[in-house]
Ligand binder design. Sequence first.
Ligand SMILES: Cc1cc2nc3c(=O)[nH]c(=O)nc-3n(C[C@H](O)[C@H](O)[C@H](O)COP(=O)(O)O)c2cc1C
Length: 162
Amino acid sequence: MPNNIPSKPQNIDILVATTSGNTEYLADQLAAQLEAAGFTTAMHYEPDYHQLTEDVNENSIWLCCVASHGAGDYADSMLDFAEQLHRDQPDLKTLRYAVIAVGDSCYDTFCAAGRDCDEKLAKAGAKRLLDRLEIDMSIDDPDKKASTWGRSFTNLMCIKEE
Ligand SMILES: Cc1cc2nc3c(=O)[nH]c(=O)nc-3n(C[C@H](O)[C@H](O)[C@H](O)COP(=O)(O)O)c2cc1C
């Protein structure tokens, strides 16, 4: 058991952009890691833009796990969300967030969707909790990289709780 469990359960909404399932798998692993560290998680496999943005309050934390497809587009499960995020330019000043971008460096548009998501949320006024993680499926060990990043994330959140 980790010895730095958050003093009160804090929920993390995990938004998943996936087409072929790799990012869903990583997001599920991260959810398990966060729950083991004392957080609660809510998975959004096809994130509902209106519900998520309308529910944002000072306790909201989004962890966006975003694969790039096409020519740097968002993966299928988050295409609608991304379209609305671009169109609406919402005010998300009370939101805190972090992004894990999944891609493959053989594409010129490496991790473009995750980078875009990070940029758009920052532009909407949301506070980035931790630097974006970029996972290169052609060279990285995705499980290892995601769990190392997950550890930094949980440590950071526990420190902020104290
Ligand atoms: C048709 C296709 C297009 C892709 N386009 C990009 C891209 O533009 N940029 C990038 O970084 N990776 C790209 N990738 C790599 C995917 O991001 C990578 O395979 C990732 O693991 C897919 O995640 P998913 O299984 O969650 O959908 C592409 C993969 C495919 C099959």
